[in-house]
Design a protein around this ligand. Structure first.
Ligand code: GLY
Ligand code: MN
Length: 461
């Protein structure tokens, strides 16, 4: 973890943002896979990590905004635990690591929360996303566990988002470590991308790299020759000549900061002319967006500009027609790029999505669009120094979507449906990088991962 001052400082900032009451941060507990003693790999809650840094199950933090008291609650290991799990630091020793002196067993937490409830004090908590946390909150607050998400504190959500969204230099260093693990994952995947190889084999190898260098994958690896399925978690194909493999894979650094990188490689390592044409269009959109990202620039505008680059490219290839600007404003390009240009990146791969996407990416002046495609944009606000964002334009040929739009005659003034027929088996292309907004522009994070046609062909050769 970082030094104790980092966590004390973050809690101090939070105390200056929330007026009164107490904030309760339940850490995560072990969660079973198929029977109680067989847990998933433990992952701490990201906001708990941000304010307390302690990466162990069964802890909870409390910040009292009225008295200024800060607590860590948890039960020390008994001899039985030590026999099975080995010795562990005491809760007191753990609390010292994040600059907290007050500790108590979990039983005491029940008393403190019950006391606050009886005095009608405001108990702030973030929206829970795990059943175990909802049950714990429900039991402590004597509320229906199923309603816990709606009872979360908007004041606390807004305060936490305002802190976590601006990354400190030490956090950006962690994200760069995670990108560097991704470098190895992606270069390995490119080298393995040959006809006859099973997707599962490459998936297993690159997941192994994430575990051997960091804290594992930041999200389930997407790796498929069916890249037109945006979040394709099936890995049951055998790579065949003429297809492209989309690999969307990120790692967590040892302190759980995420990377999120996508590369697309032609099976066999050589682009054919059709693949190269589409690839160059997506690459242009990726470079254009990175070139535009700077403080004060609206990320929604960067998204729209990247979509225009995709639409313009499709027009040059005879797949779209008409006025590009109009086509994008009306949403016709979303046939090819139905998702957003990017999202915040940090302790979560979609950073703070669990706190509510609109608190992170939208505000009173910038409302989420309901247009297909643009509605999936997760972050639409102005870029600020310290933001870490993904840039991930793509171009996909989704047969079911093409068929549906074609049958409805949708955007037929902009889309050349007849020419599209021969692309039904193309799949998709996505190119994703991670950037940090600086005072004057932006910086590509981590060791640059092969991205141009020439670079990818050279790695594969
Ligand atoms: N890496 C998957 C996503 O950004 O949705
Ligand atoms: Mn992403």
């Amino acid at each position: 973890m970082f030094s104790s001052e980092v966590y004390s400082d973050r809690r101090q900032k939070l105390r200056s943002l929330v007026k009164s009451g107490l904030a309760f941060f339940p850490g995560n507990v072990e969660s079973p896979v198929n029977y109680p003693a067989n847990p998933y790999h433990f992952r701490q809650d990201s906001s708990f990590l941000y304010f307390f840094g302690l990466d162990l199950p069964g802890l909870a933090g409390v910040i009292d905004f009225d008295s200024g008291d800060e607590w860590i609650f948890g039960d020390d290991f008994d001899l039985n635990d030590i026999v099975w799990m080995g010795p562990q630091p005491t809760v007191r020793e753990l609390a010292m690591k994040c600059g907290i002196v007050k500790t108590a067993p979990l039983k005491k937490l029940e008393e403190i929360i019950a006391d606050a409830v009886s005095k009608k004090r405001k108990i702030h908590f973030l929206p829970p996303y795990r059943g175990e946390t909802k049950m714990m909150l429900g039991s402590l607050l004597k509320e229906d566990p199923c309603k816990m998400k709606t009872l979360a504190s908007e004041e606390l959500i807004r305060a936490v988002v305002s802190l976590r969204i601006i990354k400190e230099a030490i956090e950006i260093e962690e994200i760069e470590k995670a990108v560097n693990i991704s470098w190895e994952m992606h270069v390995t995947a490119m080298k393995m991308c040959r006809a006859g190889v099973k997707e599962q084999e490459i998936f297993g190898v690159i997941e192994g790299i994430a575990w051997s260098k960091g804290a594992g994958p930041a999200f389930p690896v997407i790796l498929s020759i069916n890249g037109q399925t945006l979040h394709n978690h099936a890995h049951n194909n055998i790579l065949t000549e003429g297809r492209m493999m989309v690999t969307d894979a990120g790692a967590e650094s040892l302190l759980h900061y995420a990377s999120d990188i996508t590369r697309t490689t032609p099976v066999g390592g050589k682009f054919n002319s059709r693949q190269r044409d589409i690839y160059e269009v997506v690459l242009r959109a990726n470079n254009l967006a990175i070139g535009e990202a700077k403080p004060g620039k609206s990320f929604r505008q960067i998204h729209i500009d990247a979509c225009k680059a995709i639409a313009q490219g499709m027009k040059e290839l005879g797949l779209m027609k008409g006025d590009t600007e109009e086509a994008v404003m009306q949403g016709a390009h979303a046939l090819f790029m139905p998702h957003g240009l990017g999202h915040m990146l940090g302790l979560d791969v979609h950073d703070m999505e669990g706190l509510g996407e609109n608190y992170v990416g939208y505000n009173d002046r910038t409302k989420r669009s309901d247009q297909f495609g643009l509605s999936f944009l997760r972050f639409a606000l102005e870029c600020k120094p310290g933001h870490v964002i993904t840039i991930e334009p793509g171009c996909y040929f989704i047969p079911q979507l093409i068929d549906q739009w074609k049958s409805e005659g949708k955007f037929k003034e902009y889309i050349c449906y007849d020419r599209l027929e021969s692309y039904r088996d193309f799949g998709g292309i996505r190119i994703e990088d991670n950037i940090a907004i600086t005072e004057t522009g932006c910086r590509l994070l981590g060791r640059p991962i092969p991205k141009t046609v020439e670079e990818i062909e050279s790695v594969c050769s």
